[in-house]
Design a protein around this ligand. Sequence first.
Ligand SMILES: Nc1nc2c(ncn2[C@@H]2O[C@H](COP(=O)(O)OP(=O)(O)OP(=O)(O)O)[C@@H](O)[C@H]2O)c(=O)[nH]1
Ligand SMILES: [Mg+2]
Length: 354
Amino acid sequence: MSLSIGMVGLPNVGKTTLFTALTGKPAEAASYAFSTIEPNYGIVPVRDARLDRLAELVHPAKLVPATIEFVDIAGLAKGANKGEGLGNRFLAHIRETDAIVEVVRYFTDPDVVHPAGPIDPAADVDTLRIELVLADLQTMEKALVRIEKEAKRDHALERKLDVARRVNAWLEEGHRAARMEMTPEERALLYDLHLITMKPTLYVANVDEADVGRAQAELDGVAPIPICAKVEAELAELEPAERSEYLAALGLAEPGLHILVREAYRLLGLQSFFTAGEIEAKAWTVRIGAKAPEAAGVIHSDFERGFIKAETISYADYDEYGSEAAAKAAGKLRIEGRDYVVADGDVMHFRFNV
Ligand SMILES: Nc1nc2c(ncn2[C@@H]2O[C@H](COP(=O)(O)OP(=O)(O)OP(=O)(O)O)[C@@H](O)[C@H]2O)c(=O)[nH]1
Ligand SMILES: [Mg+2]
């Protein structure tokens, strides 16, 4: 599973600065609005101290963390749906992402133009919601015509048509699609429309250096993650020792980016399991609640198809006993079947037959 997250926001709020800090990929950030035109794509390893510990114990030739892809697009201006600014066509680049990070300007730096005037996070979130909802309505306009046509031929699609009409009416009232009440089945019926406001969304409050780590009031009913993109970008450039020093000076236990990545995992209902051998130690991403065969399928579809058993050691046991052999001798290696619900941090080895 390759997870991807799209970054949205008004122009000049710090999206590209945050993207560069996250990915280490240089991309142009500038104090004028609409500095990003073509989207930036970058892969971020998910830092996990447990994987480092496994590597220390197993000495694999290769260490492979889980990854998330970030996509940084052009800023959306008020009226983007009507072509204001760069318009909203760049949203196409994030239609198929799994989640959205919305960057909101809190920092006050007068050298950085805020096109909407005074700094007003709640108003900015409203502006952006309206643009995203209007973009989804444009998607729905075409989709409804198509689904209506299809439903005439195939009556099984009438339920899809019904929920599509409901979500259209809901969007017309200005709400995010994700906030509409619907069953998981209805939600699944809408999946292939790739509505942007249906995606789980995290808000990042891009705060002044002085407010780093300070909680902010809720935006649209959820607490934003306070991050100073500028500080994160500086932290990302430092050697580990200097970084620890700077973090301590800021009163932070870890970079805000780590929190962001963890929160994205949580929001998406994901966890990691590990495989550990001489060739490689690797973190894999799986849904919370997934059973052993689904986890096997993350590695290879053959593993799922031919699933027999999963040899499983909990991370805590692996850490305590120090090796597979020692954990096994202590009776901590469990042989789990198809109904086993994978736990976060499980170290697994699959037996399969195809
Ligand atoms: N003071 C301060 N400046 C910041 C911070 N984050 C970004 N900036 C500055 O704000 C300006 C805009 O940053 P970008 O990262 O280019 O913003 P963007 O959202 O990608 O902008 P567009 O691509 O034009 O939509 C740059 O001059 C950054 O250096 C911050 O946390 N504090
Ligand atoms: Mg940018």
